[in-house]
Design a protein around this ligand. Structure first.
Ligand code: SF4
Ligand code: SF4
Length: 387
């Protein structure tokens, strides 16, 4: 049918309408959560059926029965909270901030954002939500009948879930990242945009996620967080703005950063590899979110934590380890202890690294060695010799 071809979600509208005519409204009602309300089906419908209205009407009992439990939007992250999380965030032992922002109409229904938030809060990331995403994540309950907001605390800390506020409160998420630079690292925030963005890009593991059918406003918010060095993952509807900032991890010169201590140039791992990209499915998105939280300043403990989640999530959602995981290994100390032997064997046998399996040591293979004092920057004015 024309409507099915026109529908960006490929929804079986014709079949659902037929079932409705025969007295069964359920198939039509079930389209409600996945329909993005774009109206394309109506434009091509030769019988002029008001399809969106019909879907809404059929789903009314479901909508009326929808009940959630959301914590009130709390506004800015407090300075005291930043003092507590600054060091673990920059060192990577809190593996990252996952910011699920804005609009609904998700590619596969509302439950997607709940699954994302649950996955990362259980893994002790800081999960912050805004706008429709914050409310949608509150519609589902676990086996004990609890929503995420009832189960996890509302602090800005690892393993907590924070409703920052409405979609316009997204600015408080920018603010939290800026505060890490200002309060934890004491960087000057007045007329100093480049330094703050450079700090966040190289040190603050964070990933914004706009999974729904983004509004123009949400698209510009995504660009806004990109400007301060935070990568953003959008759902398939994000493609419509035809904008992406994709990195090429195979191009060495794209990954040269300065070490401010001695002005040397260091080829770093692609962390984060992209600043703005789209994923088609939830299964693709979740491991990507973990990947976008790596940063060059992770210490070995932090890198172990991030690698554990990246590998686990890839296995869980895609059924395999990611192909690129060795780029994040700077030495054997970066490997999660529980899997060290397995990973060393893979590095040797599948990636051709020189590994002494008996001594559990990597002889050669990594892009660079771990250096605790590495003072990564892209800005020449921050080099010690230029200060
Ligand atoms: S309004 Fe809903 S059913 Fe119609 S084309 Fe858009 S997504 Fe498909
Ligand atoms: S812009 Fe509209 S759809 Fe998007 S989060 Fe805000 S209220 Fe929801």
């Amino acid at each position: 049918a024309n409507c099915v071809i026109a529908c960006p979600q490929g929804l079986p509208i014709g079949e659902a309408n037929k079932a409705a005519v025969a007295g069964n409204l359920e198939p039509l009602a079930n389209l409600f959560d996945i329909c993005v309300g774009c109206g394309r089906c109506e434009q091509v419908c030769k019988k002029h059926i008001p399809i969106v209205d019909v879907i809404h009407k059929a789903a009314l009992p479901l909508v009326r029965a929808e009940k959630g439990m959301v914590r009130v939007g709390r506004g800015p992250v407090r300075d005291t909270e930043i003092r507590n999380v600054g060091a673990p965030l920059v060192l990577g032992t809190i593996p990252g901030i996952i910011a699920i922002v804005g609009c609904g109409n998700y590619p596969n229904g509302t439950k997607d954002v709940y699954i994302m938030a649950k996955e990362f809060v259980e893994r002790k990331y800081i999960v912050v939500l805004t706008g429709c995403g914050a409310m949608d994540a509150a519609l589902y309950r676990d086996e004990d009948g609890k929503t995420l907001y009832e189960k996890y605390p509302g602090d800005f800390d690892g393993g907590c879930i924070v409703n920052i506020g409405s979609c316009v409160a997204n600015a408080h998420i920018h603010d939290a990242a800026i505060k890490v630079a200002a309060i934890f690292a004491r960087r000057n925030i007045r007329a100093n945009y480049a330094e703050i963005a450079d700090y966040i890009l190289n040190r603050v593991g964070a990933c914004g996620v706009a999974w729904g059918a983004m509004s123009q406003k949400a698209a510009s918010i995504a660009s806004g967080v990109n400007r301060i060095g935070i990568p953003v993952l959008v759902g398939p509807h994000g493609w419509k703005y035809r904008r992406a900032y994709l990195g090429r991890k195979d191009v060495d010169e794209d990954w040269m950063v300065y070490d401010a201590r001695d002005s040397s140039q260091v080829r770093i791992e692609p962390a984060p590899e992209h600043l703005l990209l789209a994923a088609d499915t939830l299964e693709e998105a979740i491991p990507l979110m973990a990947r976008l939280c790596f940063r060059p300043t992770d210490n070995s403990m932090g890198r172990q934590v991030k690698l554990t989640h990246y590998m686990d999530l890839s296995m869980k959602y895609l059924g395999a380890y990611p192909k690129d995981w060795p780029v994040f290994v700077r030495g054997e100390a970066d490997l999660p202890l529980a899997k060290k032997e397995e990973y060393l064997r893979i590095l040797k046998e599948d990636y051709g690294w020189d590994v002494d399996l008996e001594a559990k040591k990597i002889i050669s293979g990594p892009i660079r060695k771990m250096d605790v004092g590495f003072d990564a920057t892209n800005l020449e004015e921050l080099l010690k010799e230029n200060k």
